[in-house]
Design a protein around this ligand. Sequence first.
Ligand code: NAD
Length: 321
Amino acid sequence: MLIVPERDIADLITRKAAFDAVEKVFAAMAAGDAYNFPVVREAIGHEDALYGFKGGFDRTSLTLGLKAGGYWPNNLERRDLINHQSTVFLFDADTGKAKAMVGGNYLTALRTAAASSVSIKHLARPDAKVIGMIGAGHQAAFQLRAALEQREFEKVVGWNYHPDMLPNIEKVATDAGVAFEAVQLEGMREADVIISITSAFAPSLMSDHVAAGTHVACMGTDTKGKQEVEAALLARATVFTDEVAQSISIGEAQHAVAQGLLSEADINQVGAVINGTHPGRTSAAEVTLFDGTGVGLQDLAVAAAVVDLAVEKGIAIEVDF
Ligand code: NAD
């Protein structure tokens, strides 16, 4: 069995490699060649931790496995460890033998950023110039850095519930040579693409804040009850997602569906656009919305890419198992 420790991963995988892995697995999901297993998520009654598994199988690449981990809210304060902790396990699809164990923390940030970038590549207007960010936490910096590679963006407009965190995303824009402006939510009307990545349980971005022709990637809502954008925005938009079952149960679409504004049949897999079986955006005035809920296959795809790179560079640790 091969081990790729967390400490080696940032130097091994590029944003481009993560993007390619996620784009490919979204395509395989839409073609029916890859599927996610039901998610397990438990409050374990110890350290206030939430722990669970996200797994799946991609028949095209024979990638089989799971990501195990969750959220330990006391880690940072008590142990100087990050609160999100996860590990990916890959198995040989021919034999069931354990194949690799890979640190999952940095990979989670990269694969989530890759998902919104894939949606921008396939759904945003080609002439998009201004990108709006709702959120300025850990994940927001990854989302913005990756998104800036998808169009010739000239400006970032940012809003966050906690304005003191905005320098986190301002730095990303500045480092990439793109202008940054902190705005009120009304200022999002200037954006051609908007990414929301917060842990909110009530909407910040209202339909009125979004101009015609915008592509919106909602990335923060991954649990029942969370919500970042007004349900009416989903009714107005053409809605895409990574996986429909998650979109309606734990994703941003849960609210629009519950309110009868959107039906399951209205939600399209972004992979269908990648495969050319859905036209994607059909006019410059259309609002497109990607509900990125986060699926196990994304984790497995980037972990498999990391294992290949670690083997290539001779740094995978081999153990008898
Ligand atoms: P973080 O704690 O670093 O940042 C949280 C962000 O949410 C900050 O911008 C904060 O200001 C904002 N926020 C907090 N309370 C708010 C409120 N009441 N209203 C509006 N905004 C509020 O967290 P992170 O690591 O950046 O993750 C952000 C979200 O993304 C979380 O909800 C996480 O579960 C989710 N996430 C989703 C995926 C996915 O695949 N879809 C992957 C990773 C993380």
